[in-house]
Structure formats: C-alpha cells, structure tokens
Ligand binder design. Structure first.
Ligand SMILES: Nc1ncnc2c1ncn2[C@@H]1O[C@H](COP(=O)(O)OP(=O)(O)O)[C@@H](O)[C@H]1O
Ligand SMILES: [Mg+2]
Length: 221
C-alpha cells in the first residue's frame, strides 16, 4: 500500500485509548472516507497522520518512508501532507493568488505564479485571482483551500469534515468538484466525515471508525 497505518495506539489521557490498534492502508490515488460519530477519533487519526500528535505505539509509512514508529518521527512540515479543514482557514488579508502560493516559499516567484495559475485553473476560479476570501462564496473558498493544500504537490491530502459549513445543495456540488480534482491529480486522500452521504458520494472505500478501531470496511462501487 502507498500509505500504511499499522497498529496505532493513542490516548490524550493515559487511561483512555482514543485509537486502539488502528490499522489500514491506502493506495496511490485512492480516496478513503473515515466515517464515524462525533468523538470516534477521526480528527485524532488525521492529526497523527500529519504529525500533530504522536502515537504511543504503531507505525505509519508513506511511499515506504517511515513517518512515525517507536524509533522515528518525521516533523509535520517534512511530511509533505496537505490538509483542509471545515473552516477553510484562508488568510483574510491575502488575495486568492497569494493564499494559494502560501506554501510555496521555497520556489522562485515565477514558479510560484505558474503553479498558482495551474491551481486556479484546476478549481475553475481563474477570474477570481485578485479577489479576497470574503468576496467569495463558501463553496469557492473551500475550493481555494483545496488549491492551497494541493499547490505544494503533497503525497497525500487530509480533509477533516470539509463540508460541514456548506448547505446541502452546495455540498453535493462541492463533493463532485472535489472528486474530479482528486482523480485528476491522482491524489491519495483521507477524508473524515460523520455523514454517510459524503462518504458514499466521494470515497472509493469507507472505513467505519468505532471506539478507536476500524470495525468495517466497505468498498464503494
Ligand atoms: N485535545 C484533546 N484533549 C483531550 N481529549 C481530546 C482532545 N481532542 C479530542 N479529544 C477526545 O478524543 C476523542 C476523539 O476526538 P476526535 O478525534 O476529535 O473525534 P472526531 O473527530 O471523530 O469527532 C473524543 O472523546 C474527544 O473528546
Ligand atoms: Mg473531528
């Protein structure tokens, strides 16, 4: 598997495991939904993948490279993982082009602009390049957040309940956009949601998280 998550144990409190021998794998280009009730540990699993929390046991590899094990820890900024959250977290004082270029500081100005233009094209917001976040709709802001996460060409993308703030119709539209964009980029993606419709609409596989364990895996065809 491109991403291997093996026997992850984690608790915020020593006496209570939030993740209990959590094991799964994700193929290159696959979209996997983590479906579970509020408090089931979805965000925690994403935080461990991104390196914001350290498991007490277990191992994660991406493309055969150890991210975390009992002996190794790769810092979050070295993992090449993109993240999108429910509240978009765009920088209000930066315009759309600048927001998308935010994670590209190591590139030259010309490279940064080239990538940002490609990303704008990908999310079909070319004409909005000089607008500021507050001038965009919720759905458009979510697409910009996605473009910003994809711009540094991460190895995988983590999405934590990215549609929670969107109304039902928009949600449906954005799900389709997201799926199209991910497939085009052949991006591996883990997507946490409590909404079965979200998972069913987008994911290649649905992993059911319950009491810190993956209790069921459903192939979505
Ligand atoms: N920073 C934290 N400190 C202590 N407990 C936490 C923290 N974050 C989450 N938890 C607890 O861990 C469990 C899993 O939370 P979380 O991963 O946020 O679940 P989900 O994203 O599925 O709603 C919950 O019981 C929650 O209360
Ligand atoms: Mg959560």
């Amino acid at each position: 598997m491109y991403i291997d998550i093996s026997k992850i144990n984690f608790g915020y409190d020593k006496n209570q495991l939030v993740l209990n021998d959590c094991t799964t794998g994700i193929e290159k280009g696959e979209i996997v939904a983590i479906l579970g009730k509020s408090g089931s540990g979805k965000s925690t699993l994403l935080r461990i993948l991104s390196g914001l929390e350290i498991p007490s046991n277990g191992e994660i590899t991406i493309d055969n490279e150890i991210m975390v094990s009992n002996h190794h820890f790769v810092e979050p900024n070295k993992r090449q993982i993109g993240m999108v959250f429910q509240d978009y977290a765009l920088f209000p004082h930066l315009n759309i082009m600048q927001n998308i270029q935010y994670g590209l500081i190591k590139k030259t100005k010309i490279e940064r602009e080239k990538i940002a233009l490609e990303m704008l094209d990908l999310i079909s917001l070319n004409e909005k390049n000089t607008k500021y976040p507050h001038e965009l709709s919720g759905g458009q802001q979510q697409r910009v957040a996605l473009a910003r996460a994809l711009a540094p060409n991460p190895k995988m993308l983590l999405l934590d309940e990215p549609f929670s703030n969107l109304d039902k119709d928009l949600r449906k539209q954005i799900r389709q956009d997201l799926k199209r964009i991910m497939n085009k980029q052949n991006m591996s993606c883990i997507f946490a949601t409590h909404d079965y419709e979200d998972a069913k609409d987008i994911a290649n596989r649905i992993l059911y998280l319950e009491d810190g364990k993956i209790v069921k895996i459903e192939k979505n065809i």
